[in-house]
Design a protein around this ligand. Structure first.
Ligand SMILES: Nc1ncnc2c1ncn2[C@@H]1O[C@H](COP(=O)(O)OP(=O)(O)OP(=O)(O)O)[C@@H](O)[C@H]1O
Ligand SMILES: [Mg+2]
Length: 267
């Protein structure tokens, strides 16, 4: 009897009626929302992983800009590039609107600034430092009521954590904190073109709620960009490979047909 009572207690909050859908964070990248049956389940932490130049930063910025246009507060934490330089790259995109920055709907913060403010100056962080960093990011998200966050890249943060234990602790705690705040997060992950895993340390991919894999595909002397949703907790989705086109209007996704040709229909 007691065991049944305990089990009921544990399972009750997560029981969902048949057909009941989790609230979605519509990315605004139409092809991706179609693949995900309406968007990323709200509160998920998703790894956008791929080798260099595959469009990770571009698609992440587009996700934030669409959120900001829809009235959500959005934050980009830049670890690898200075955000001033980053901005120069997105200004040419038609979807970009610099008034979103002036209105505070779209906020850019450089991670080194956060490290300095927290006094995290050592090359390798301790478990305590991990805790401090998660709390600091959580506070910013709470204070600014951020609903969409991008960290570009999580791989660069992991360089300072070094061990699997600390990486696991960081991503688990961060994911839990942000999910409780109703924030949907993209963690950009950098891998080599020949990598057999979805993340550098292997830990990131196991903990993340979703993995969106971006890559390159050589086709008749051209290097196509590709995108594939490998996993996404909380929704059904296609696992097909799409061709990703970075156009002045933003990311376009077109199904890649078997044999490698590109479909004429939209994603
Ligand atoms: N305004 C633009 N319009 C169209 N294409 C662009 C624009 N800006 C950048 N690109 C293309 O996007 C590519 C880089 O995309 P992006 O920076 O999103 O990739 P990434 O995966 O984040 O790269 P990295 O691994 O270097 O961080 C460039 O090589 C360029 O071809
Ligand atoms: Mg990038």
């Amino acid at each position: 009897m007691r065991i049944i009572a305990v089990l009921t207690m544990v399972t009750k909050p997560i029981v969902r009626r048949a057909g009941e859908e989790r609230n979605r964070c519509v990315t605004g990248v139409e092809g991706l929302d179609n693949i995900l049956n309406g968007g990323i389940p709200r509160g998920n932490t998703v790894l956008f992983t791929g080798s260099c130049g595959t469009g990770k930063t571009s698609i992440s910025l587009e996700y934030l800009v669409h959120g900001a246009i829809d009235g959500e507060n959005c934050l980009f934490i830049s670890v690898t590039e200075a955000s001033v330089k980053l901005l120069e790259n997105i200004i040419p995109y038609e979807f970009f609107d610099d008034s979103l920055i002036k209105k505070g709907k779209l906020v850019f913060v450089d991670m080194p600034v956060i490290y300095n403010k927290l006094g995290l100056v050592t090359v390798e962080f301790t478990l305590e430092d991990v805790d401090t960093l998660v709390k600091a990011i959580g506070s910013i998200v709470k204070e600014l009521d951020i609903k969409r966050l991008v960290i570009d890249s999580i791989t660069s943060v992991c360089y300072r954590l070094k061990t699997e234990e600390k990486i696991r602790e960081f991503i688990l705690k961060l994911g839990k904190t942000l999910s409780e705040l109703g924030c949907t997060t993209i963690l950009v992950s950098e891998i080599s073109p020949t990598a057999e895993r979805y993340s550098l340390y292997g830990v990131e991919e196991a903990i993340a709620d979703g993995i969106v894999l971006m890559g390159n595909l050589e086709r008749r002397g051209d290097l196509l960009r590709t995108l594939q949703v490998v996993k996404m907790r909380g929704t059904q989705h296609s696992r097909a490979k799409y061709v990703l086109d970075l156009t002045p209007c933003g990311v376009l996704l077109v199904p890649l047909l078997k044999g490698g040709s590109v479909s004429s229909g939209g994603g």
